[in-house]
Ligand binder design. Structure first.
Ligand SMILES: *[C@@H]1O[C@H](CO)[C@@H](O)[C@H](O)[C@H]1NC(C)=O
Ligand SMILES: *[C@@H]1O[C@H](CO)[C@@H](O)[C@H](O)[C@H]1NC(C)=O
Ligand SMILES: *[C@@H]1O[C@H](CO)[C@@H](O)[C@H](O)[C@H]1NC(C)=O
Length: 630
């Protein structure tokens, strides 16, 4: 059987712990980032460090800090508070990176203790000369699992020699400054990021399963946006193990495997006599793979995220609903083709390969820059293993840093991955506090000052010292920054949509248009309404003028005239009505005449034509002729 490529001894170690196959002889690639010492001069230079498998790395970014080596509790296994040690930095100072020694306790505990004491990052100095390894979180110690989920600071392992140099410089009284740089942690060859998640449908494996499920739920929205936009190509994967040939008929293999021991998963409860069996998990994993395949064939690969999250909610093991019946209900509700999925899954009882699972087992083996997949869950971005906490923001950062700058999709520039630099002094960008508008935009690469678009109105400017609304609708926003005032239900505004960036007081007002426009007293300042019969009264934005006696005020000419003038006008109007009436009568007569002439000529021509050739409306022709000649 071709699938027996791996070391069989690993599997022989214990069926009950098939999945925790850390002893599998595999190739595990350590993800490195660079650690640059910027001072003192004596140890300046760039060194490799291995990113820890927990905490939140700042993909696409970098972080500067001062290295501190505690005088006590140097391995970081105890609470730093007990020693009165704090790593909180003063405002404005560089944050502290704490250097601790390897040994005595879990890596994660060291990082947790340092984080609690205020550290911004942790460097663990190796205690022996060896190649860098990845610091993983302890798999099975449940007491520690509780804090792992709360580790938010990044951590890195450095080799022994480099650690010694750092310690020497610190004890010599030097200020040691370093830069942790994740910029090149994810290669970005094109404008599409390929990523895969190695996952598991088992929902009862404790903290790790809970974290994975939370992540999938949380990340679904972003994943679907990225996939629908064609920015990413996502592929889910499922790890299975095989049962060594000698054991295929054993009870353990029968309960944990399908296809005669070819594809196995550990028993969820690690109890063969009760609850769900390993093969139930394998079957659901296979179903989820087939859901992806079928959805992908219909060009809707993102439906996988819907299926997986719906299945988690509707078919949990706890409620004894983790079964085919429940799964089929979810499939139907998502409009997927159930027959196709069943065909893809094949028969789990046959003694032959399942092409889908076979492919998965082959994919588990590392290729290129990616090592074997042995840890669940594993996220691979652009063929590099992701190291760090499975957390939406962190993973979006990792994916987003896989795009060339400027080709990243807008989710990469959204709140999910923001650096919160805008919270600090508005990031030094322009803002209009009264209108609640800012030019500061948080992105995963840091903040940018960019004039915003608010309610469809574009702001223009440098983004730092000025942004002004421009184009249609600009007056709707904060009145375009111009003066406006309402009195007795009448509003005057100094903003005009078509006047880019200008504020001009409306007629009847004077002023700068921005802060104020004052009513003009037309009676005094404009000398309006000054004729002998006129009497002037100023109003807000205009004036009223009345004439004495029987006279009428003509605003255009600013004068009073006798009402007789208007009588003359109405006489003229009567003349006009008569003239127009005559013209229309003449025009109508002409049209009638023309129509008569044309229909007469038409029938004449038709009659002549009919003598030479048959027309298709023969009957009409003689009629017309006779009518007209009668
Ligand atoms: C981790 O964080 C959660 C909520 O943020 C909190 O309820 C829990 O107590 C924390 N765990 C530890 C060990 O601090
Ligand atoms: C999904 O579909 C795309 C093309 O539509 C194809 O390139 C890709 O290999 C498919 N993935 C799987 C796992 O079938
Ligand atoms: C306006 O500011 C308030 C806080 O003062 C904030 O809650 C709100 O989201 C802001 N609105 C916009 C549109 O920015």
């Amino acid at each position: 059987m071709g699938c027996f490529k791996r070391s069989e001894s690993a599997i022989l170690l214990g069926f009950t712990l098939l999945i925790f196959a850390e002893s599998v002889v595999g190739r595990f690639v350590v993800e490195k980032n660079s650690l640059r010492v910027t001072s003192p001069d004596s140890i300046k230079g760039t060194h490799d460090s291995a990113i820890g498998n927990f905490g939140i790395p700042q993909y696409g970014g970098s972080m500067a800090g001062t290295v501190m080596y505690p005088k006590e509790n140097r391995k970081g296994c105890k609470n730093f508070d007990d020693f009165g040690i704090s790593f909180k930095s003063k405002p404005g100072a560089l944050p502290f990176f704490v250097l601790v020694d390897r040994g005595d306790c879990f890596f994660a505990l060291k990082v947790w203790n340092a984080q609690n004491a205020g550290a911004a990052a942790v460097l663990v100095a190796d205690d022996m000369e060896e190649a860098l390894i990845t610091m993983d979180s302890p798999e099975e110690v449940h007491a520690s699992a509780k804090y792992i989920a709360n580790i938010t600071i990044p951590s890195a392992l450095i080799n022994k020699n480099f650690g010694e140099n750092l310690k020497k410089a610190i004890s010599g009284g030097d200020m040691v400054n370093v830069n942790l740089d994740w910029r090149e942690a994810v290669p970005h060859p094109d404008d599409r990021v390929e990523y895969e998640l190695w996952t598991n449908s088992n929902d009862e494996c404790g903290v790790k399963c809970d974290m994975l499920m939370e992540f999938v739920k949380d990340f679904k929205g972003a994943a679907q946006i990225l996939e629908k936009g064609g920015y990413t190509q996502f592929t889910p994967h499922y790890i299975t193990w095989y049962c060594p040939r000698a054991f295929t008929i054993s009870k353990q293999c029968k309960s944990q495997c399908i296809n005669h021991g070819r594809y196995c998963a550990p028993d969820p409860e690690q109890d063969f006599s009760s609850g769900y069996e390993g093969k139930d998990v394998v079957l659901e994993n296979l179903r989820q793979l087939c859901v992806f395949k079928v959805a992908n064939e219909t060009k809707k690969p993102w439906v996988w995220w819907d299926y997986v999250t719906d299945f988690q909610i509707r078919c949990p093991m706890k409620e004894k609903k983790y079964n085919k019946e429940c799964a089929d209900g979810v499939i139907k509700s998502l409009g997927l083709d159930l027959n196709k999925i069943e065909k893809c899954m094949g028969d789990p009882n046959v003694d032959s390969d399942n092409p889908v699972l076979k492919e998965e087992q082959n994919a588990q083996i590392g290729k290129g820059s990616r090592g074997d997949v042995t840890i669940l869950p594993t996220l691979v971005v652009n063929n590099r293993q992701y190291r760090g906490k499975l957390e939406k923001g962190a993973i979006l950062k990792a994916i987003c840093s896989g795009f060339e700058e400027t080709t990243e999709p807008s989710v990469c520039l959204s709140g999910d991955v923001e650096t919160n630099e805008c919270l600090d002094n508005n990031g030094g960008c322009w803002q209009d506090k009264t209108a609640n508008i800012t030019a500061c935009k948080d992105t995963f690469r840091g903040k940018v000052c960019e004039c915003p678009v608010v309610n469809g109105v574009r702001f223009k400017g440098d983004g730092y010292s000025s942004c002004t609304a421009s184009g249609p609708g600009r007056c709707k926003i904060n009145n375009g920054g111009c003066w406006h005032e309402t009195r007795n239900g009448i509003t005057f505004s100094a903003c005009m949509d078509n006047e880019e960036g200008k504020c001009t007081c409306p007629p009847g007002f004077k002023g700068d248009g921005v802060n104020s426009c004052k009513d003009i007293d037309e009676c005094k300042e404009k000398k309006a309404c000054q004729c002998p019969e006129c009497s002037c009264k100023d109003t807000w934005g205009s004036y009223d003028c009345t004439c004495s006696g029987d006279l009428l005020y003509i605003r255009d000419h600013d004068t009073c005239i006798s009402k007789r003038a208007t009588e003359v006008k109405s006489a003229w109007a009567a003349v006009w009505v008569i003239l127009i009436g005559l013209a229309m009568a003449a025009g109508g007569g002409y049209l009638v005449y023309k129509y008569r002439l044309r229909s007469y000529m038409d029938s004449e021509i038709r009659a002549i034509m009919a003598q030479y050739m048959p027309l298709d409306s023969q009957k009409e022709v003689p009629n017309h002729v006779s009518d007209d000649r009668a």
